[in-house]
Design a protein around this ligand. Structure first.
Ligand code: AAO
Length: 491
């Protein structure tokens, strides 16, 4: 597709997403069970472009994801650790994840599968080491990148002994000192802004839809806004602004006028409940306490940093992690971002690489849920889990109906999206049979946790069949398991 055509296709897809997000604020269930356009994304951490291209057509598009978030595509420092991706050396699209041609082919393949591509944009800084030669052969030193930036383009804060941020209560430190020694670009400079914008516009020209703005907290919101203003108006922006508590000088709310933000508080509230086995309703108001407004939030159970840090549930928690993802996909708050990385025991270990330093790709054929055991480097493949695809379908049919107060008894907790769908989760080890009242029409339904997307087949159900009778659903919810039914999947 020619460049302009790609741009138009991406723009059309973006407006679809915006429309869907707006839907979640609507009141009252619609009369007929027509699925909404998908809005959920999946972060494919350290997945090479050729693998993402295959996955978009094989799994991600058919599962009903609206977008993928890729790892950073630009040239980076060399090394086996995953985090070399976060030390840019140039904006050449030649990295351990693939070449410029492979990147462009991936974007085309995903767009053709109805999946938008959102790129992790590392624009706050360049490398964190003294000097070296980048993955694509570009020589550099800490604040000198040939043809791109010289020392004058960087902050030299002189506020701490080593110029590193040490105090998050100081706005000046957070936004003009170095984050872990990473050479901090002076994003107030017009030339730096236009250099960054031309990198991002080049990606949009390839058919990309938007960006995760890495380390946005470390750039003044005005600087991020000025860069985003140099991009087309419909560019999707998701700023990474870790909510760090009231004592921090920079808060996520400062970035919501630019686009959406990653709301870290969501998983901090939900995951410990699932882990502890006692669930209760969040405050069903918008915004929830310590959260940005729903329309401004992208939510996740974990990401590549938190699975190595604060996350209380990760792929290692298998069934409970799946329950947390199901609860997120059924919820009425934010735009969900499912996370899919690889197994590791060493926090620094990159995804397996070949002897040229390229990550060896993986796809998710045959994966239907969490593995019983993981070896280092195994792809987690969350995007291929039957229950995830089922919950994406639930979201399409039920996600624009109001979330009702929780139901359940014993160890089971659940909630309904009014008259459209109901999810029941059991975070304890033992199965529990419950009866709950529901506004879903009486009749037979197919559980999409066990049956997946399109669970109804040949007059029966691929997964568990459930009956709503006289406004009541009686169901045996498996231990560390869930059931979900919705009006769009009935035999
Ligand atoms: C590597 C080496 C370093 C070396 C450096 C330079 O590990 O030893 O100095 O290279 O050679 C990634 C890796 C880094 C890696 C870097 C570059 O994680 O280890 O450094 O690539 O290769 C802050 C930022 C946030 C950032 C996070 C890691 O605000 O933006 O640090 N995340 C992004 C990416 C991340 C990436 C970068 C940025 C850099 O997602 O993968 O780094 O491109 C508090 C603050 C947060 C702060 C954290 C950590 O958070 O609020 O703003 O994040 O501390 O310093 C509780 C608290 C919460 C706290 C959190 C910490 O939940 O409530 O306040 O714990 O987890």
């Amino acid at each position: 597709m020619p460049r302009a055509g790609r741009r138009r296709a991406a723009a059309a897809l973006t407006s679809v997403v915006v429309g869907v997000v707006a839907l979640s604020g609507c009141a009252g269930p619609a009369a007929s069970p027509h699925p909404a356009q998908p809005d959920a994304g999946v972060q494919l951490f350290q997945r090479p472009w050729t693998s993402i291209a295959t996955e978009c057509a094989a799994t991600i598009g058919p599962a009903g994801f609206a977008w993928v978030l890729t790892s950073p595509p630009q040239e980076h420092i060399t090394g086996s650790q995953w985090w070399t991706s976060y030390q840019p050396v140039s904006y050449t699209l030649d990295s351990k994840l693939g070449t410029a041609d492979e990147f462009a082919a991936m974007v085309d393949a995903c767009n053709a599968a109805g999946v938008k591509v959102v790129v992790d944009a590392v624009i706050n800084h360049m490398a964190g080491i003294d000097d070296g030669t980048g993955f694509a052969g570009t020589p550099f030193s800490h604040d000198d990148y040939p043809g791109l930036y010289t020392a004058a383009d960087f902050h030299h804060c002189a506020l701490t002994a080593d110029d590193d941020i040490s105090d998050y209560s100081s706005r000046e430190q957070v936004q003009t000192c170095e984050l872990s020694n990473l050479a901090d670009l002076d994003t107030s400079s017009p030339t730096v802004r236009s250099t960054i914008a031309s990198y991002l516009n080049g990606l949009l020209d390839l058919g990309v839809t938007g960006f995760r703005i890495d380390a946005a907290k470390h750039m003044a919101a005005d600087d991020v806004a000025a860069i985003v203003e140099m991009l087309p108006k419909d560019t999707m922006i998701v700023s990474e602004t870790i909510r760090g508590g009231a004592a921090e000088a920079v808060q996520p709310e400062e970035y919501t006028s630019i686009g959406r933000v990653l709301e870290f508080q969501y998983a901090r509230d939900l995951s410990p409940q699932v882990e502890g086995g006692v669930l209760s309703d969040p405050l069903l108001e918008d915004p929830r306490p310590s959260h940005v407004a729903s329309k401004d939030a992208v939510v996740f159970i974990d990401n590549h940093d938190t699975e190595r840090g604060e996350a209380s549930l990760t792929y290692r928690d298998r069934g409970r992690y799946l329950l947390a993802n199901a609860l997120m996909l059924a919820d009425d708050y934010g735009t969900p971002l499912v996370y899919s990385g690889y197994a590791f025991t060493d926090n620094d270990a990159g995804a397996p690489q070949d002897d040229t330093g390229h990550v060896i790709g993986w796809t998710c054929d045959g994966v239907t849920g969490p593995h019983d055991a993981y070896d280092d480097g195994d792809g987690v493949c969350t995007e291929a889990w039957t229950a995830v695809a089922g919950m994406l379908e639930f979201r399409a049919y039920a996600g624009d109906a109001p979330r009702l107060p929780g139901v359940g008894d014993g160890t089971v907790y659940g909630f309904e999206r009014e008259a459209r769908g109901i999810l029941l989760v059991n975070p304890s080890n033992d199965a529990d049979t419950v009866t709950v009242r529901t506004g879903l029409p009486d009749g037979e339904y197919c559980d999409v946790i066990s049956g997946g997307r399109a669970a109804a087949v040949d007059g029966g159900c691929r997964g568990t069949a459930l009956i709503v009778d006289h406004g009541e659903l009686t169901a045996a919810v498996p231990g560390i398991g869930a059931l979900a039914i919705h009006v769009g999947d009935r035999p």
